[in-house]
Design a protein. Structure first.
Length: 340
């Protein structure tokens, strides 16, 4: 079988067809446009048995990878780190050109058996986009509120309380009567920030409605887990993606960053906290764990039991997060099986 490695760039890509022996059969360089996928497939028709390997199929290579996957081609995603290692182990003094990079991508695909296959984008990406948009809006609102608090501190003796709403800030500003030109400007800027808060609050409200509708349309059972509402469900489903790419619950926990890493040495066997994994998923699982710890239920009972085993609160919380990952994985698998 011929393996076609693709080294993508913003405006161009290079594809190299590699035989099983490692010999290069052909090379092509194309401009990235709406006809790129069609031209690639026309060039590759000379090999009936073929697979495609795209470097960074979730980044610069997303367009061509999704186009090939939508055309029912066999496509795998090659991480840039693996491609770089393959290039260094090859002959040629680690020279770096687009054809060499594409050949390295194809080499990785020939020898690595656990690369993620590229699938056509599904509804989980909608939830991820909505979740990312909500994070952006929430971050912008926090920054806007902090700027408003700084101005109100100089306009009003004692400043304003925390978690100030736009309406509360507007009411405070109505009672401010500036005397100096500086305070006049402060009040004018504060009014603009209040308008920004109203706009962001409205956008967050629309985003919540869109997320609730998308989660409801997905028909997921993840929301049955105590502490998982539509917002967290969107983040979990969106960042998990296709659950079938995880061979087991242990692989999923590792991807979430909740599986401890072994750090044994000699006769001493120990594990340490993992700082790897998808941090957005890790944060979502953390929020669910905190919610379960604060309310009565199986999660709190598990946490209390770990404390009774002389675990520290942090260790007990990590154990609960690991257990929650298994529960989330089971629900995701059940959802996938029910739709196939």
């Amino acid at each position: 079988m011929i393996t076609i490695g693709i080294d993508p760039h913003k405006s161009s890509l290079t594809a190299v067809a590699l035989q099983p022996s490692g010999e290069v059969s052909a090379t092509i360089r194309l401009e990235v446009n709406r006809d790129t996928v069609a031209r690639l497939r026309a060039w590759a028709r000379q090999w009936s048995q073929r697979q495609w390997a795209v470097e960074g199929a979730a980044g610069l290579g997303r367009g061509v990878a999704q186009g090939l996957a939508a055309a029912d081609e066999c496509v795998v995603d090659v991480p840039a780190q693996l491609a770089a290692r393959a290039r260094l182990l090859n002959t040629g003094h680690a020279r770096k050109t687009d054809p060499i990079d594409a050949a390295a991508v194809a080499t990785v695909a020939q020898h690595h058996r656990r690369l993620h296959p590229v699938r056509a984008e599904d509804d989980s990406l909608v939830l991820r986009l909505l979740s990312e948009r909500r994070d952006d809006l929430a971050g912008e609102r926090t920054r806007t509120a902090n700027r408003l608090h700084a101005l109100l501190r100089d306009l009003i003796a004692g400043g304003a309380k925390r978690n100030l709403s736009a309406e509360q800030a507007a009411g405070l500003l109505r009672g401010v009567h500036p005397v100096t030109a500086v305070d006049v400007q402060r009040k004018a800027l504060s009014r603009e920030l209040v308008a920004d808060l109203r706009r962001l609050d409205a956008a967050l409200g629309r985003n919540s409605e869109d997320i609730a509708a998308a989660v409801n349309a997905a028909g997921t059972s993840v929301t049955q887990i105590h502490g998982v509402g539509p917002v967290l469900a969107a983040k979990i489903i969106g960042y998990s993606g296709a659950v079938e790419r995880f061979p087991s619950r242990h692989h999923y926990a590792s991807y979430c960053g909740t599986a401890p890493i072994e750090a044994s040495s000699g006769e001493q066997r120990r594990h340490r906290l993992s700082r790897a994994g998808n941090r957005q998923l890790n944060r979502a699982v953390h929020l669910v764990a905190v919610c379960q710890i604060r309310t009565n239920g199986p999660g709190r009972e598990f946490y209390q039991r770990k404390l009774g085993e002389a675990k520290t609160p942090a260790e007990a919380r990590r154990a609960l997060k690991r257990r929650l990952c298994d529960t989330i994985y089971r629900h995701l698998v059940q959802d996938h099986q029910s739709t196939t």
